[in-house]
Design a protein around this ligand. Structure first.
Ligand code: PEP
Ligand code: MG
Length: 574
């Protein structure tokens, strides 16, 4: 073995395959004077043809994985490559100035980019500048003879190696070929990590220097169970990890038996285990893992997987499909939570120093109530087809909740006045900002339910960016400070007879589950793949003993102290 890389275990499982580096190559070149104009023009034509062929593949793959609209972006790129005016200008520069194709391409496309960027009153045209940049990169890669990697071009079993993966890169990973992935940066609750669990792709994130250490086609073992990767393993190591993988798969078969079982603690207390999803495509895994509902539908993925704002009807179909498939089990749809690490190409957000603390989620919805109203109407209409609940993200103040609720009530009334039926919808909030957690007793009087988003709540409480692996040691779910906040939220909800749920990753954390059970949390919503092992854990735990453990944990001083306490008590809780 050449090297072991340590990182954060983001998604369970073992994968062994050759590396595919999803890393931008060096596209630098120097300006040259040429003599063979026809040859240079031909070289340019070949590069454009090759780029088009590649874009056709990417487009059809995007159509399959992301849908028709997302694929349109690539159609636009093909159209740019077929623009006779641009091609003419490039060829003219080659023959007039006698410069190499790389230089001519850069000069001409620079003019287009400046022109588009100057159209400050037309956001649509401004975005075309980005398209021209993308196209230029692709053509340059062919002129320079270097490969421009793209998830859609992967057609063999690989381990994807990248600096970071955006949620949209992750959405394009084809499970058939992508056996695992490893990134330089990112934390366990970054959205690409969360998606890797949904896709059941073993993953290690935040490894520090995967892209520096791993070469294309190196054999890599991704150990998503322990958060490490082995580069260039020996035959013995491969055999050892193949065995580990088999053991893991056997364990999964055991969990499988609990698919239709009720979630009961050892002393017979029922708790709900629900699943988190990003798109309606994730619902199959929800059903396969025996979830008792959807505790978090991250609706922003509908917006991210689209080339423009999804219409009311498109959203209606997505929500309707979710509630219908869940057959009257609750489906909690969170209204759009873009911002932070989730971007919309067609809704440019201002560049901010701290996007996670900036213009995101409900803050955008209240500011752009046109977008918000469209979503609420789609949700209200879909509520007729099942058991739909609505949840507002990133609520910091009661005023925000009241403003969101007022808009919801207006849209509801408009539909009723127009003679349409709407279902009986529960309205709730995410508790992910410390101010809301502290004031949970007041919120509980006005909301129908509260769902604790620990991914952000822990980040904001510890002032540690969830996507930054350098501060990932501060992601401390068992820190008594966090536990006290959670306990206060659960108690406050119960005092008002409201549902206390959790949809952050902590809900599926095997050390946290006994504590949350002891606090009496009603609903645990998690990645679908964590459901069955958590149901098994529930079966083994006594809730009264767990409540006693909570009392002790709340008086502890550190995260590790609580972790050790739970680990040591695990047998006695059974
Ligand atoms: C959370 O913050 O815990 C949460 C569930 O929301 P997201 O991870 O999408 O920010
Ligand atoms: Mg959140």
């Amino acid at each position: 073995m050449k090297k072991v890389l340590k990182g954060i275990a983001a998604s369970d499982g073992i994968a062994i395959a050759k590396a595919y580096r999803l890393v931008d190559p060096d596209l630098s070149f120097s300006k040259q004077t040429i003599t063979d104009v026809d040859g240079e023009v031909q070289k340019m034509q070949d590069a454009m043809d090759a780029s088009k062929a590649e874009l056709e593949i990417i487009k059809s793959k995007a159509k399959e994985t992301l849908g028709e609209e997302e694929a349109e972006v690539f159609e636009a790129h093909i159209t740019i490559l077929s623009d006779p005016e641009m091609i003419g200008a490039i060829n003219k520069e080659i023959s007039d100035q006698k410069v190499n194709g790389e230089q001519a391409l850069t000069d001409v496309t620079d003019q287009y980019i400046s022109m588009f960027e100057a159209m400050t009153d037309n956001a649509y045209m401004q975005e075309r500048a980005g398209d021209v940049r993308d196209v230029r990169k692709r053509v340059l890669s062919h002129l320079l003879g270097v490969e421009l990697p793209n998830p859609a071009l992967i057609n063999r079993p690989v381990i994807v190696v990248s600096h970071d993966l955006t949620p949209s890169d992750t959405a394009q990973l084809d499970r058939k070929y992508v056996k695992g992935f490893i990134t330089d940066i990112g934390g366990r609750t970054s959205h690409s990590a969360i998606m890797s669990r949904t896709l059941e792709i073993p993953a290690v994130v935040g490894s520090g220097d995967a892209t520096k250490t791993i070469n294309e086609d190196d054999v890599v073992i991704v150990n998503g169970l322990d958060g490490e990767a082995l580069v260039d393993p020996t035959d013995e190591e491969i055999a050892k990890y193949e065995k580990k993988e088999q053991d893991y798969l056997k364990q999964k078969d055991e969990w499988e038996k609990l698919k239709t079982a009720e979630t009961l603690s050892k002393d017979g207390v029922h708790h709900t285990i629900a699943a988190n999803i990003g798109t309606p495509q994730d619902i199959q895994a929800v059903l396969d893992n025996g979830a008792e509902g959807i505790g978090l539908f991250r609706s922003e993925f509908l917006y991210m997987n689209s080339a423009e704002l999804p219409t009311e009807d498109e959203q209606f179909e997505a929500y309707k499909s979710a509630v219908s498939k869940l057959d009257n089990k609750p489906v909690v749809v969170r209204t759009m939570d873009v911002g932070g690490d989730k971007k919309l190409p067609y809704l440019p957000l201002p560049a901010e120093m701290n996007p996670f603390m900036g213009y995101r989620a409900i803050r955008i919805s209240l500011d752009r109530d046109d977008i918000f109203r469209t979503q609420l109407r789609a949700l209200l209409r879909a509520s007729n087809f099942g058991n739909l609940w609505i949840m507002f993200p990133m609520i910091a103040t009661l005023d925000e909740f009241r403003a969101a609720k007022a808009i919801y009530n207006e849209e509801r009334q408009k539909l009723i006045d127009a003679g349409q039926k709407v279902g009986d919808i529960k309205l709730g909030i995410m508790i992910e900002i410390p101010a809301a957690a502290v004031l949970a007793d007041q919120f509980a009087k006005e909301v129908d339910f509260m769902s604790i988003g620990t991914n952000d709540l822990i980040g904001y409480s510890m002032a540690a960016d969830r996507t930054n692996e350098r501060v990932s040691y501060l992601y401390q779910p068992y820190n008594p400070a966090i536990l006290r906040l959670i306990k206060h939220v659960v108690d406050s909800a119960h005092k008002e007879g409201k549902v206390a749920a959790m949809c952050g990753e902590m809900a599926g954390d095997q050390i946290a589950v006994p504590l949350l059970l002891g606090m009496g949390l009603d609903e645990f919503s998690m990645s679908a793949t964590s459901i069955l092992k958590t149901r098994l854990l529930f079966k083994e735990l006594d809730s009264k003993k767990a409540a006693k453990l909570v009392e002790k944990a709340l008086q502890a001083q550190t995260n590790d102290e609580v972790k050790n306490m739970v680990e040591e008590a695990m047998d006695s809780l059974k």
